[in-house]
Design a protein. Structure first.
Length: 292
């Protein structure tokens, strides 16, 4: 296991054995998940979960309210992308953030919340385009956003993840249309999505990022793109793909992901892409190439 994933696994395990955060709940009982953590939204990663509709915004876990802002807060004349938002400290550096809702319901004097306590009502504020709210988890110690599905029991998918397309792009940025390639370096671009979930209205959405995209060449893994956390380094968002990589690179080909950067040598090449969801369900794609 690489060092970054080892540290993240240890952090999540620590939360598990502490007993207080492993059973973190979903922050809603009736809103629909529109986009999940890691989704490619116009060339940038979604840093939390976007919910649509619903009525109540609930505390995912007990904690201390460390900041709260009304959408009409007179303290700042500048518009906030989060709109109305509340931050709750759960200890160990972990903060949950609830934002872009209509407005908060609890008194501003309140500093403590209990799990599943009503915080606000779904609505529209900040950079939101529809009724709902935005939920994020931030690790202050490590300066990273954490995939909420790492700490909340994930919703089961209604089907396996989807691999919509797999393309190879050469060093000049040209997408190759043939399986006969010249020796050289290529970027593997994958358009994939988590399995669709059934909404209350019986509709499905395909705007979910998978949990992991693995690329293998001739049976050997060469890259693993993980959607477990997004780090902040010197003002730059970083995601993990065999090491921290700028998010703008991974997400440059909206709505796809740059899953790997490989050097193909002469001969017959078997390229395999495995897309996995948070529960371990996976789907694979295999392509046989001839490199001259």
């Amino acid at each position: 296991m690489n060092r970054y994933l080892l540290h993240l696994t240890i952090a999540v395990f620590t939360l598990f054995v502490s007993g207080s955060l492993y059973a973190m709940n979903w922050p809603t009982e009736n809103a629909v998940l529109v986009r999940n953590f890691g989704s490619n939204h116009r060339g940038m990663p979604v840093l939390g979960m976007v919910f649509g509709g619903g009525t109540d915004v609930l505390a995912a876990e007990s904690g201390e309210v460390i900041f709260s802002r009304s959408k009409n807060d007179p303290a700042s004349r500048l518009p906030s992308p989060l709109g109305a938002w509340t931050a709750v400290d759960h200890g160990d550096g972990l903060i949950s953030i609830y934002s872009r809702y209509a407005d908060r319901n609890m008194p501003f004097a309140e500093t403590q919340v209990e799990k599943q306590q009503l915080i606000a009502s779904s609505g529209i504020s900040g950079w939101s385009a529809q009724n709902g709210f935005y939920f994020m988890l931030f690790d202050r110690r490590e300066r990273r956003w954490i995939n909420p599905a790492m700490l909340i029991t994930p919703v089961l998918e209604t089907r396996a993840p989807q691999i919509i397309s797999v393309d190879l792009r050469n060093a000049q940025g040209i997408t190759m249309q043939s399986r006969n390639l010249t020796q050289g370096r290529y970027t593997v671009v994958v358009n994939a999505a988590g399995g669709a979930r059934l909404t209350q209205g019986g509709l499905t959405s395909q705007q979910y990022a998978p949990h992991r995209i693995v690329c293998s060449i001739n049976g050997a893994e060469v890259s693993s793109l993980n959607f477990e956390a997004v780090s902040a380094r010197d003002g730059t968002l970083m995601v993990y793909r065999n090491g921290l990589v700028p998010a703008r690179q991974i997400y440059s080909g909206f709505p796809s992901f740059e899953a790997a950067d490989v050097f193909l040598t002469r001969g017959q090449i078997t390229l395999e892409i495995i897309v996995q969801d948070i529960t371990g369900v996976s789907r694979s794609f295999v392509s046989r190439l001839i490199v001259n």
